[in-house]
Design a protein around this ligand. Structure first.
Ligand code: SAM
Length: 262
């Protein structure tokens, strides 16, 4: 494991992040995106981006479904002036907080609301995720992050987003994407013994917690996900199982790390 501080020292960056400046969203806002310890979870996520995806302070980061800035807050102390961050989300309140509090202090951190439909977060959205073009040019990013986003999206929408991921990543680009992956092990323990989620209803390639509200929690057959990436020109370099499947793990959802195939 490479400590974040080593990268900062090598890059000559300072380590003051938004949290050190008291810039953290109010708890009611932060809790909308999964609850728990907002800062600790965010810092651990940053460490995984560095360790597993090789994120450097000079890189351009996309955070699709950025919530209330759980990744952005620690990233403010990591990305240097050559790097940059773009976040978007369908839920306006988290984005508004980030725009008001983070961007004025860290101008290379930008946030936008997108009018994409999601039954939970934006039921009035007018664009289907499957038709949504990310508001960025081709090859704009070195690293993309979707943390706990595809766990709330349905297959055609995920397909569209993976295509967009491949489009906006530059050569050498990587993505960190989390899932509930259904494979031999998670199917064997079954929905009664998974932690914090019960994906009891199979529906094509996905497994739903609640048929009446499918985007509440969505899992995917592992093979479906691997094919999805491959077909989009993204090579899967790592699959890291998470604690949701009843195993000991330092993170909750399963993590896939992919990179633009040569
Ligand atoms: C569990 S939260 C995770 C937020 C953030 N990634 C984090 O780790 O704190 C899921 C987020 O995905 C957002 N979301 C849902 N559907 C989306 C879509 N189609 N495009 C972008 N964001 C979406 C929700 O509004 C919500 O902020």
């Amino acid at each position: 494991m490479i400590a974040i501080q080593e990268h900062l020292d090598a890059a000559g960056e300072h380590s003051t992040d938004a949290a050190a400046l008291g810039l953290v969203p109010p708890p009611d806002l932060a809790v909308q995106f999964g609850g728990g310890d907002f800062l600790r979870i965010g810092r651990n996520l940053l460490q995984r981006l560095v360790d597993w995806c090789g994120l450097l302070p000079s890189e351009r980061v996309l955070d699709a479904g950025c919530g209330a800035g759980r990744a952005a807050v620690p990233l403010t102390g990591y990305l240097g002036p050559l790097g940059g961050y773009e976040g978007f989300d369908v839920y306006p309140l988290g984005v508004q907080w980030c725009r008001t509090h983070l961007t004025p202090v860290f101008p290379n951190f930008r946030f936008q609301v997108v009018d994409v439909y999601n039954a939970l977060s934006n039921p009035a959205g007018t664009v289907h995720a499957r038709d949504f073009r990310f508001p960025f040019q081709d090859a704009s990013f070195d690293l993309a992050l979707l943390n706990s986003v595809f766990t709330h999206m349905l297959p055609e929408d995920v397909l569209g987003y993976v295509g967009e991921l491949a489009r906006v990543l530059d050569r050498g680009g990587r993505a960190y994407v989390t899932w509930f992956l259904l494979d031999e092990q998670s199917l064997r323990i079954g929905p009664e013994r998974t932690v914090g989620v019960r994906l009891a209803h199979r529906c094509g390639p996905c497994y739903l917690q609640n048929r009446a509200d499918p985007e509440e929690a969505v899992g995917y057959a592992r093979g479906f996900v691997l094919d999805l990436f491959r077909n989009a020109g993204l090579e899967v370099v790592d699959v890291r199982p998470g604690a949701w499947r009843g195993i000991k793990s330092g993170h909750y959802q399963d993590v896939t790390v992919v990179r633009v195939a040569n």
